[in-house]
Design a protein around this ligand. Structure first.
Ligand code: WT7
Length: 658
């Protein structure tokens, strides 16, 4: 770690917004008071940022909790809000998407272009017999057609279910079957890590087991040979020849917009259902508020895949409903070289970058010289999402990507919440590295103890949401009981305590002395060591704050004396000496470093130096597998791993280190 960084870490732990940004921010401090004074009125005003075909009669119907209805009686069309209204306002020539393929091919789509493609796709889907309420599965690479396909579904009231292109035939089959999808939209393949990957064969395998599927629409991306059946239709022969005229019909505010299956590394995936009016209201507002998006001048880039909720809310619905210009990139950050992301920021003059901690830590591992090789001066705001961001990674992000001056917004939310819930406001909040800070205006979050009591400042427990919010999930597709069971039965009315319905997020959290919220990871990731609750995130952050560690994962392993013991896996930084005695010394140093940082109770029983960590395709560490290693069990299901060879590397190193 450089000296500047070390000083920063020690000297300042709170970063006020840059004065210029604060003065011109879309949302100022008064929004909090407004949300508190009249929460429903606040959301009603945000809904007013959209174009409605019919005004609602009631903001929120919460008469049958936990089943919420927002903007009851209102009608709107999501695609109209994302496309037509910008074109009608004379902004048809404005760039909607700067698309960059992994091999370096590019496309520019204006709002008029994306509108046309979406209308054609809407007509083609209608021609294939898709009507409002039908489900359409989308299994595509990161190409503009993915956004057009989603918008076309929204336009005709079909409910899309996007399945991440990295998922296997089994995962795709389960998701198609659960939603009984009528049509699948896919491609021959996409580009990943420098070569074409295939998608169509996976769809063929799945469709063979899914009698609900009547048609498959196939985009030609790579030109690979594909098997063909009578259900298959080329996108370029069906969509691109269809009429570009399509009048968007308004749909009820509670019309199902999409189902998205949560990654589910343990249990059966849950089909999270989102609806129309409330979802668009909150994704649109949070894009405006949290990213301070100025559609005339900003270039927004969310690096997520469209297969995750982040891509739904902050590539498609949030930015497009605001009329933003954005970047969409097909491939991986190190293809063909480790500077690819920064090259893209430089090329398109990206102003707002939204990415994940796992990526930031990877960039840290590669070293700050790489971003230093590009002109990143266009950037004015940085965002993070997906897991707790270690203070060290936050500081690095601000320092080496944000020139030591840009605001970093650490945004907490979930597939289930649909949109950002807890985050700094970039023009208001004095952010603390590693903290998501405060609930957004109009959102009521809290941290409860085991008994369901709100913890005082300084206390820790479970993160909950105390009031319904517009973009909340409405249910689990086809399983209302599981919806109640999973989210509403831990605390409050659903647990038999009082009248208040309390949403259980499944995350551990603490309130610091100022009442700011720090996320501590999934509650399943809290360890109980000699009767003390210790979060994996805290120990990981302590390890990463050591100059020789690039990334770390921590699990609790059964221990005869302490109940659980802390076992850590650490990836050394490039320069750290790790073999033989030097390795032993480093491990001893790291154990002491954690004990010094968090207290002796948090000292890991064992630390293993490893070259990589097992991650899901969305970048989350699979602690379950590390626990198997730590407890010397045979490995559980590895099919959702991004790279399954990682586990062999880790397991073969097991036994070294103490
Ligand atoms: C879980 C939800 C929300 C889009 C991507 C993930 C973790 C997410 C943060 C954050 C700490 C975070 C939580 C949450 N998470 N953002 N800023 N700080 N933790 O969506 O796959 O539904 O995962 O991701 O554990 O519950 P998801």
């Amino acid at each position: 770690m450089s000296e500047a960084l070390a000083n920063l870490l020690n000297e300042t732990r709170q970063f006020p917004p840059p004065a210029e940004l604060a003065a011109q921010a879309n949302v100022k401090a008064d929004a909090y008071a407004e949300g508190e004074r009249d929460r429903l009125g606040f959301w009603e005003r945000q809904a007013g940022r959209l174009s409605w075909a019919k005004q609602w009669d009631q903001v929120l119907d919460w008469s049958t909790p936990p089943f919420a209805k927002w903007f009851v009686g209102g009608q709107l069309n999501v695609a109209y809000n994302c496309l037509d209204r910008h074109v009608e306002a004379g902004r048809g020539d404005k760039v909607a998407i700067h698309w960059e393929g992994e091999p370096g091919d590019t496309r520019t789509l204006t709002y008029a272009d994306l509108h046309k493609l979406t209308c054609q796709a809407a007509n083609a889907l209608t021609e294939l017999g898709v009507t409002a309420g039908d489900r359409v599965a989308i299994y595509l690479p990161m190409i503009p057609e993915a956004a057009a396909a989603m918008l076309a579904c929204a336009r005709i009231g079909a409910t899309h279910s996007v399945v991440f292109g990295g998922f296997s035939a089994d995962a795709l089959t389960n998701r198609i079957q659960d939603a009984t999808a009528k049509v699948v939209i896919t491609a021959d393949g996409g580009y990943r890590r420098g070569k074409p990957s295939t998608l169509k064969p996976t769809v063929d395998e799945a469709v063979a087991k899914c009698p609900s599927v009547e048609h498959v629409l196939v985009v030609r991306r790579t030109g690979q040979d594909v098997a063909w059946s009578e259900k298959d239709h080329w996108w370029h022969e069906t969509v691109e020849t269809a009429s570009p005229e399509h009048a968007a019909q308004p749909f009820d505010a509670e019309h199902p917009l999409f189902i998205l299956y949560t990654s589910g590394t343990t249990a059966r995936p849950k089909g999270i259902l989102h609806t129309t009016g409330g979802y668009l209201t909150q994704t649109s507002y949070t894009t405006h508020a949290v990213f301070d998006l100025k559609p005339e001048t900003d270039v927004f880039w969310c690096t997520a895949d469209i297969g995750w909720v982040t891509g739904h809310s902050y590539i498609v619905y949030g930015p497009l409903s605001n009329g933003a210009t954005q970047v969409m990139y097909e491939g991986t950050p190190d293809t063909p070289h480790k500077g690819r992301f920064w090259e893209i920021v430089d090329k398109y003059k990206v102003t707002i970058l939204y990415t994940a901690p796992t990526l930031i830590r990877t960039m840290m591992k590669w070293g700050e010289d790489i971003p230093a090789g590009y002109d990143l001066s266009s950037l004015r705001l940085l965002g993070s999402v997906g897991e707790p961001i270690n203070p060290e990674a936050w500081i690095w992000y601000r320092q080496y990507v944000g020139r030591g001056e840009l605001p970093v917004v650490d945004t907490w939310w979930q597939t289930e919440t649909g949109a950002i819930m807890i985050s700094p406001l970039p023009g208001v909040t004095e952010a603390k590295p590693g903290s998501a800070m405060t609930p957004l205006p109009g959102i009521v979050a809290d941290v409860l103890d085991d008994q369901g009591q709100s913890v005082p400042n300084g206390g820790g427990g479970y993160l909950v949401l105390r009031e319904p919010w517009p973009s909340m999930l409405r249910t689990i597709w086809g399983d209302d009981n599981r919806f109640i069971e999973t989210y509403w039965s831990r605390f409050g009315a659903g647990a038999g305590g009082g009248d208040e319905w309390i949403y259980f997020a499944g995350d551990g959290a603490k309130k610091d002395d100022d009442g700011h919220i720090w996320l501590l990871g999934r509650v399943d990731d809290v360890m109980l060591v000699s009767g003390h609750n210790i979060s994996t995130t805290e120990v990981e952050s302590a390890l990463v704050s050591h100059p020789s560690v690039a990334e770390a994962a921590v699990v609790g392993a059964t221990d005869p004396t302490t109940g659980q013991a802390i076992v850590a896996f650490a990836i050394p930084r490039g320069s750290a000496e790790t073999s033989g005695e030097a390795g032993e010394q480093l491990i001893a140093d790291l154990r002491n470093h954690v004990a010094k940082t968090l207290g002796p109770i948090a000292k890991p029983r064992q630390i293993m130096l490893v070259p990589e960590l097992p991650k899901t395709r969305s970048g989350k560490i699979m602690r379950r597998l590390l626990r198997d290693v730590a407890e010397r069990r045979s490995l559980g299901d590895v099919t959702t791993l991004q790279d399954s060879s990682v586990m062999d590397l880790i397991a073969s190193g097991m036994g070294g280190g103490k």
